[in-house]
Design a protein around this ligand. Structure first.
Ligand code: GDG
Length: 467
């Protein structure tokens, strides 16, 4: 069997204590390595004044981890700068927030080239290479330039917007061309796939070979939706456990007879956290009988705090929270509870299960795993209700949710009210619809579907020897 080589910006090494709070991507990729030898290559997360050109190798089980350090300049330009300050906002339709700098873009290309050089030395001719996400778009082009003819797949975790939006990003034409150096490009939704194929067709003299395949300059790339999924059995098993964890017990005790509404997101402007808090306020204003009877818990672990737009968001959320709690709170009742540290995964599962409403209202999101986790953790006899943004990729699959436009706080407020008052039969019917789909398309389906399709691609003639 071909060896699997995964490349992602960050590498997740299993925690020897087993207590680590593995994120969705780490769980997904570990699934991909089940039962086969593999290599996982990427940034160590460390900064060093003189990083080695060769990765540090760590062997765990049948997986070998290859870790590269970056310089402080690399980190600033490649990661915080181009990837997170210029590219991320455009891909989430926030053109006005995008800060492009030529130095950052050059740093992004430089790190991709360095990674490709180090990776190429570890690659065997039959390896299947699977590259992840927006940090590494040019990686295949760099590997091809070094002469690699392996099958290389790319999975895109964040949205691919309409060509008019992507076109605002300087460098986007080169990135679009670089995408065609992959044999298989997986995106989260049918809409993303359509946007990406249209982008390539509009920008270049490319030909559409079949519904999924685009040909450009003698190369062919298959662009398809592979909606990412979750580890269903993990969540279904974790959620029903008795509330043994201190944090969970405290939360249950502090709730008393109040209903819990839950939001869980990295602190990111794409997630719509202040907008959601304002929608909750609107719900309280429109439904005064609900005062003191509901608590909204927002868990929002801090992320990318070195990027100015994230620091600004943190201030906005704190101000919004303070204003709403000040205006509507009463002795003994704080309407919104807000936590910026990460909870262990088992506690999250328990909180999802006791929450009557899962509030997942991003302004844009590639998929949104929290929406799926919330559904998976519910009690089959008495499930809660998911309120889901139409702009999350998950909305293409989770039609059993109450689908809302997060830009309309009145609509979100009405959905919260409808969710809290929905009768049990309707809650079960909606939940069952979503569970059937999540069980069928779980994380094993996702990794197998992508890798099977990648393995089935003809070996490429894309390799280009350097001139
Ligand atoms: C990107 C795309 C796409 C959150 N807080 C805690 C915690 N989490 C976990 C959640 C979930 C994961 O982090 C977040 O995944 P999302 O999908 O919601 O969002 P992004 O981080 O933006 O991920 C997204 C995803 O990639 C996968 O392709 O769905 O659209 O933006 O698993 O549970 N985990 C723990 N404590 C927390 O406090 N343990």
């Amino acid at each position: 069997m071909a060896r699997l080589v995964v490349v992602s910006n960050r590498v997740s090494i299993p925690d020897p204590t087993g207590k680590g709070s593995a994120g969705g991507l780490a769980v997904a990729l570990r699934e991909a390595f089940q039962g086969q030898d593999g290599l996982w290559f990427g940034w160590s997360g460390k900064v060093s004044a003189h990083p080695s050109a060769e990765p540090r190798m760590i062997d765990k089980g049948h997986v070998r981890y290859a870790l590269m350090d970056l310089t402080a300049t690399d980190r600033r330009e490649y990661y915080s700068g181009f990837a997170n300050r210029a590219l991320w906002p455009v891909m989430h339709y926030r053109i006005g927030l995008s800060e492009f700098s030529r130095a950052d873009y050059a740093g992004y290309l430089r790190v991709n080239r360095t990674f490709a050089g180090a990776l190429a030395r570890l690659i065997r001719p039959d390896d299947l290479i699977w590259v992840h996400d927006y940090h590494l778009i040019p990686l295949a082009a760099e590997l091809r330039a070094l002469g690699l003819a392996n099958r290389i797949g790319y999975f895109r975790h964040i949205p691919w917007p309409a060509p008019e939006v992507v076109g605002t990003l300087p460098g986007s034409q080169d990135l679009l061309r670089a995408i065609t150096d992959y044999d298989l490009v997986g995106v989260q939704t049918a809409r993303d796939a359509d946007n990406l194929r249209r982008g390539i067709l509009q920008e270049f003299d490319a030909a559409q070979r079949t519904a999924d395949v685009i040909a450009l300059d003698g190369r062919q790339a298959r662009v398809k939706g592979f909606p990412i999924a979750i580890d269903m059995s993990g969540f279904e098993q974790a959620a029903p456990r008795p509330a043994t964890h201190r944090l969970l017990k405290q939360t249950v005790a502090s709730l008393g007879s109040r209903s819990l509404i839950i939001g869980v997101d990295r602190l990111d402007y794409s997630k719509g956290i202040p907008e959601r808090m304002e929608a909750f306020e609107r719900f309280l204003i429109s439904n005064p009988d609900q005062r003191g009877r509901v608590t909204y818990l927002q868990i929002a672990p801090t992320s990318r705090s070195e990027v100015p737009e994230y620091a600004a968001l943190s201030r906005t959320v704190s101000e919004t929270l303070g204003r709403i709690n000040g205006a509507h709170g009463e002795p003994g009742w704080v309407p919104i509870h807000y936590v910026t540290s990460a909870y262990p995964r088992s506690v999250l599962a328990g909180l999802y299960r006791i929450a009557r409403v899962g509030l997942v209202t991003p302004m844009r999101d590639g998929m949104n795993l929290v929406a799926k986790e919330y559904v998976a953790a519910q009690d089959p006899e008495d499930p809660g209700v998911l309120v889901l943004s139409k702009f999350a990729g998950a909305a293409e699959q989770l039609g059993g949710a109450l689908i809302v436009n997060p830009n309309d706080k009145f609509e979100v407020a009405e959905a919260i009210n409808a969710a809290l008052h929905m009768d049990q039969a309707e809650r079960i019917a909606r939940w069952q619809r979503m569970m059937d789909l999540l069980r069928r398309y779980d994380i094993a389906w996702w990794t197998n579907a992508f890798l099977k399709e990648l393995a089935g691609q003809r070996k490429t003639s894309k390799a280009r020897r350097p001139a």
